[in-house]
Design a protein around this ligand. Sequence first.
Ligand code: UD1
Ligand code: UDP
Length: 363
Amino acid sequence: MICIVLGTRPEIIKMSPVIRECERKDIDYFVIHSGQHYSYEMDKAFFEDLNLSDPDYNLDVGSGNQGEQTAKILSGVEEVLIKKKPDCVLVQGDTNTVLAGALAASKLHIKVGHVEAGLRSFDRRMPEEINRIVADNISDYCFAPTKNSYNNLLHEGIDEGKIFITGNTVVDAVFQNLEIASDKSSVLKRLGLKNKNYLLATAHRAENVDNKEKLYEIISGIKAVSDEYSIPAIFPVHPRTKKMADEFGISFEGINITKPVGYLDFLVLESNARLVLTDSGGLQEESCIMGVPCVTLRDNTERPETVECGFNVLAGADSKKISLMAGQMLKKFESGFGNACSLSDNPFGDGKSSERIVDICQS
Ligand code: UD1
Ligand code: UDP
């Protein structure tokens, strides 16, 4: 029996192909939702869009300081695992839910599989970096998306026999949903946007949005790109970012903001954008899968493959640099860069990562 632990927007999206694969193979599985994300547009909207059943358990831990949140998830997951005794627990990514889920399972001597293992920003001030390092080190199966993540794990002394290069399930999710999204979503019409004629922006990293100066620089940078190139900007605002912008008194004026949108609408927004500006991990991957240029609002990335393939550049949280990099990317893509690329050219796999992951767990 497989237990899938998830708790935030990207985990629901990236675990959805794993859940589908368990169903396709008729494998006994159940889902624990930590409740780290709980607002409709950060949680239930994705179960609806992805046509997933409600989780078997919801721990409803909600928001809080990382210690409190992690502890509540650890204790809640442990209780369920003791009762259900699964053979394997799967966690995905780098959130507090991942850290707690992996820790609960490993202390009960239940096999742990870490989906999206081996990513490293080499910046331990990021809570996500600590979560990744701990989860990888206590996992029995490290499902590395790329050769680079595989090498990071080897360099940390993780046993080669525990590491499997599977690709990233984000590709499976895009392949499974892009066509459905194009058929179903009317988001461009609803928001009055024209294909390839708008910028798509998101930001939510703690180190960016919890810092007044950095958040101001990011919002100013997005406005500057929009003004300079006369391209409207759309910004679905993460609840953390909304809270901090309100607290700091920073205005989004000049940018078209919305609440976070569902996955199908988001895929349409992203695949038709002229340029993506983001500090999200998933967006860096998706823009490179869908062939859309991306400017990352960070100084480093744990996804160097996106930069190496030419679809992503790092601009930090500096308005002038954001503007400069955006200009360079717009020019490069207007000259035809990426025109010959197709969905299958991306560095994150062939859309069959979940099949490999589930097969390895069952072997
Ligand atoms: C978390 C992850 C981050 C991931 C992101 C995905 C950690 C340390 N961080 O960051 O790695 O990229 O999820 O989006 O695990 N809030 C709501 N409704 C919600 C969820 C959050 O209003 O459904 C607000 C609350 O004010 C909360 C704040 O957002 O305090 C931050 O939420 P939290 O889950 O702590 O971190 P994220 O920034 O979402
Ligand atoms: N996403 C979405 N709606 C939004 C913003 C993002 O569906 O309004 C999706 C996006 O397609 C990607 C994922 O959410 O798959 C990224 O989540 P997030 O940026 O919150 O987290 P990260 O990837 O940085 O951990």
